[in-house]
Design a protein around this ligand. Structure first.
Ligand SMILES: [Zn+2]
Length: 115
């Protein structure tokens, strides 16, 4: 779980940076964040990790929404394309792609700022 927490901290840092850019000096704050849980990853675990990792940051207290997505795949057949899918068929070349390992189980979706 330590590695997951480290990864979530990186996502929180990214979200804070994006929120600052979106606020553009207006004083608006990060109020909501969308996270994506891939494959078998439990959205409740992702939300819990966010709560833990955001403590003491500008992202603390933001409303969290976790979306469940299909697994992520990478196609080595054509161009190293990364994509989300339920069946792992590359949308570019139609070949079976390789599933990205489970430890990369979540990612940042969208951040919302408001002042
Ligand atoms: Zn391909």
């Amino acid at each position: 779980m330590v590695d997951h927490l480290e990864r979530m901290r990186a996502i929180v840092a990214q979200a804070v940076a994006e929120a600052r850019r979106a606020a553009n000096g207006s004083g608006a704050r990060l109020t909501a964040i969308d996270l994506v849980a891939y494959g078998e990853t439990d959205p409740a675990v992702v939300a819990h990790l966010f709560a833990e990792a955001s403590r003491g940051t500008e992202a603390e207290g933001a409303v969290v929404a976790v979306t469940q997505a299909g697994s992520r795949y990478i196609c080595w057949n054509c161009c190293g394309l990364r994509f989300e899918s339920d069946d792992g068929i590359c949308p570019n070349c139609g070949e079976d792609a390789l599933e990205i390992p489970e430890e990369i189980g979540f990612g940042l979706g969208r951040v919302t700022v408001s002042g």
